[in-house]
Design a protein around this ligand. Structure first.
Ligand code: P6P
Length: 344
């Protein structure tokens, strides 16, 4: 290491910036913010490190296979789903500023601290999105959305804490457990990515101020359902393939939303989960899949709609509500909105 290099310098020679340092810097930009926000987010970083350790060893610790329980979504729970949900629940419930937790794995939101009057935040999360891919070693992810306690929200109505439009999120993010483990988050001041360095057990800034390209070259949708998409969706996808936006598009679909969105954030293009015959409101859940992704997409210069409306403007009616999702680069989304009438 050269003398001039900081003791803990990154490969580029820049001093290492951990996610904790970054959060402390970010929250200085928010008048009145106290250390509580960084303490809250540290609960997420800790939990996702524990989840990552299990995901990386799933095949070895015989944790693969079904847990046998059926979750609120009617899906068979994988053991890692259950573990991830418990780890996040424990790590977050010791943060006294959090009053309500809502998870994809639980039917109802949970009050924590028996509802401390000091609680200011609610956190909504999907502990392990894409879990059906666990057994075949495909990337999975954790998503989270942080909301402020609504003015006057009663402790005996935890649903009111989380049934807020996505534009009310004060922070959102995801962790993608892939070839590397990357945390991407925003507090409304740009999008920043951190790669977990296992040698020091810290998330280190690797993607500062992420911007979604104006246009990409991939479309991402499960074409197995195309016969049941609204016709204009399929016609729109055909246009992309024919090169009407300047070049023919290639298809990329992992079937794990966090991984599909992460690629779209980095490379641009468009990710769609349209309405289908089986899922007329799409399959993705508003509160803990579409909202965090839409928040990040907009912060990075992209666009996120449900086919007609801005995702972040949707008033949720229930915590597991599903919405169609069309998210991606400005150019593709502008063309989509011109081509697919609001009736879909
Ligand atoms: P399909 C995973 O179960 C998930 O909720 C998202 O992560 C993913 O984008 C979607 O479902 C995949 O659904 O119907 O294409 O298998």
């Amino acid at each position: 290491m050269s003398e001039t290099q900081a003791p803990h310098a990154s490969l580029s020679g820049e001093p290492l910036m951990t996610v904790q340092q970054h959060i402390l810097q970010e929250q200085k930009k928010f008048p009145g913010a106290s250390g509580e926000f960084s303490w809250l987010l540290s609960g997420i970083t800790l939990a996702t490190k524990l989840i990552q350790a299990k995901v990386q060893r799933a095949g070895l610790s015989n944790i693969l296979g079904e847990h046998g329980e059926i979750n609120i979504q009617g899906e068979t729970q994988q053991k890692l789903d259950v573990y991830s949900n418990e780890v996040l629940g424990h790590a977050l419930s010791v943060r006294e500023t959090i009053g309500v937790l809502a998870s994809e794995e639980n039917e109802h939101p949970m009050l924590v601290h028996q509802g401390s009057e000091n609680a200011k935040y609610a956190i909504v999360f999907d502990p392990l999105d894409g879990s059906s891919n666990i057994d075949v070693n495909v990337s999975v992810g954790t998503t989270f959305s942080i909301l402020r306690r609504p003015e006057g929200a009663s402790l005996d109505d935890p649903e009111a804490w989380v049934l807020q439009p996505g534009r009310q999120q004060i922070a959102a993010g995801y962790v993608v457990y892939g070839s590397s483990t990357i945390l991407v988050y925003s507090v409304g001041n740009g999008v920043h990515g951190f790669t977990l360095d296992p040698s020091i057990g810290a998330y280190v800034l690797s993607h500062p101020d992420m911007k979604m390209p104006e246009q990409g070259k991939y479309y991402s949708v499960n074409e197995g359902y195309s016969a049941s998409f609204p016709p204009r969706y399929q016609q729109y996808i055909d246009r992309l393939k024919q090169g009407v936006l300047g070049h023919p598009y290639s298809s990329r679909y992992i079937g794990s939303m966090v991984a599909d969105f992460h690629r779209t954030l980095l490379k641009g293009g468009i990710f769609l989960y349209p309405p289908t015959t089986d899922n007329p409101n799409g399959k993705l859940r508003l509160l803990y899949e579409a909202n965090p992704v839409a928040f990040l997409a907009e912060q990075a210069g992209g666009v996120a709609i449900d086919g007609t409306r801005r995702v972040l403007d949707i008033q949720p009616e229930s915590i597991h509500q599903r919405v169609p999702l069309v998210v991606g680069s400005r150019k593709e989304l502008a063309d989509f909105e011109r081509f697919v009438p609001t009736s879909g």
